[in-house]
Design a protein around this ligand. Structure first.
Ligand code: ADP
Ligand code: MG
Length: 343
């Protein structure tokens, strides 16, 4: 979720493929779209929703606005911005949702040995991908070293009790950036909301992160397309059937800038303090929750093609990578991903 860019990732199969089978019985479907977290979202509900389409739109918009108000680093009044602005190590009261998202993000960070690090914000900003302006010059080593002193996931803490939650930081000028898991978190929350309203056939997409369950309007399992890493929005790389699971894609091919002939991506390697430079152009992950998938796809992007595939194998993760070669692009996927691919 970087709040002002074209999103990478998934697109509804219906948008990209004609139907060559005889049409199955159509079920009624409600469909809404909107903007959230600096990007687009879409929700499809097959069957009824209490109050109909209008109620669905109003309630989803209001939930997403609520979460955006909590975790946006682009809104100086969000709860997360207030925590970032607080230049002390005193505990900072937060909602249970905020505690949950930070706990999950830190957990993905630990699982990936700090490759995913939501305290990487000072570096994201330094390289021009946060709410701050884009740099006119590449940051100096001294600036990178200074920013890195403010980074470190082990220095961020969440304390939760039955009726209270708070965040704590060991260094006063830490800056937390939940952009990388926000879309997934939002998709999970909307999926939970739909389930709570008795909806069991739906597709929720927030930019590159999605959650789906059940069947589409044709009564068939949802299918999604992984985009080709090009500037064209509707070119299909692969088609997958997530089968009730979450899927998220991260890529370095849309959100970047060029300076003196060099491409700078919005994904930062915390080990170097610099944008990634290897040949992995997109990573797609299928996991039970969208937050997890959204965090892991970014982590895989940081790792690069070889380490990402080794990690996928070791963790039995369903992962699909697109890698740049001298001749174009090639795809590699883990064994665990195979059953989701529609041949
Ligand atoms: P997208 O914005 O395309 O959905 P991601 O989910 O991959 O992308 O998140 C990328 C964003 O995460 C960056 O714009 C930046 O704000 C933040 N970020 C960059 N590098 C890291 C990292 N190593 N760990 C955590 N967050 C990162
Ligand atoms: Mg991500």
């Amino acid at each position: 979720m970087s709040w002002s860019k074209q999103s990478v990732g998934l697109l509804m199969l219906a948008m990209v493929a004609g139907c060559d089978k005889p049409p199955a019985a159509e079920h009624p479907m409600l469909e809404i779209h909107g903007r959230t977290m600096g990007t687009f979202y879409g929700v499809k509900v097959v069957g009824d929703f209490p109050g109909g389409q209008q109620a669905l739109q109003t309630q989803v918009d209001s939930l997403l606005k609520h979460y955006n108000d909590e975790i946006s680093t682009y809104d100086p009044n969000s709860s997360l911005s207030k925590f970032n602005q607080q230049q002390t190590t005193a505990p900072f009261p937060v909602s249970q949702d905020m505690a949950d998202i930070v706990i999950s993000a830190v957990r993905v960070g630990q699982r990936t040995q700090g490759v995913l690090d939501v305290t990487v914000g000072p570096l994201v900003n330094l390289w021009g991908f946060g709410p701050d302006r884009r740099p006119v010059k590449i940051p100096t080593d001294a600036q990178i070293t200074a920013a890195r002193q403010r980074v470190g996931i082990q220095r961020l803490h969440v304390d939760v009790s039955a009726d209270h939650a708070e965040l704590r930081k060991d260094i006063p000028n830490m800056y937390v950036d939940l952009s990388t898991v926000g879309e997934g978190f939002g998709a999970d929350k909307i999926a939970d909301f739909l389930e709570s309203r008795g909806v069991h056939n739906y597709l929720v997409e927030i930019a590159g992160a999605s959650r789906s369950r059940g069947v589409n309007a044709k009564g068939e399992p949802w299918k999604l397309a992984i985009q080709k890493p090009t500037d064209e929005l509707d070119e299909v790389q692969a088609i997958v059937k997530p089968d009730g699971r979450a899927i998220s894609t991260s890529g370095s091919y849309r959100n970047y800038y060029e300076l003196n002939g060099q491409r700078y991506s919005h994904i930062i390697d915390p080990a170097t303090g610099k944008p990634i430079t290897h040949r992995l152009v997109s990573a797609t992950v299928i996991t039970p929750t969208a937050l997890e998938a959204d965090g892991l796809d970014t982590a895989l992007m940081v790792m690069g093609p070889e380490k990402a595939m080794a990690f996928a194998k070791q963790q039995h993760l369903a992962v699909y990578l697109v890698i740049k070669t001298d001749k174009g692009f090639k795809a590699e996927y883990s064994e665990t991903f195979k059953p989701y691919l529609v041949q």
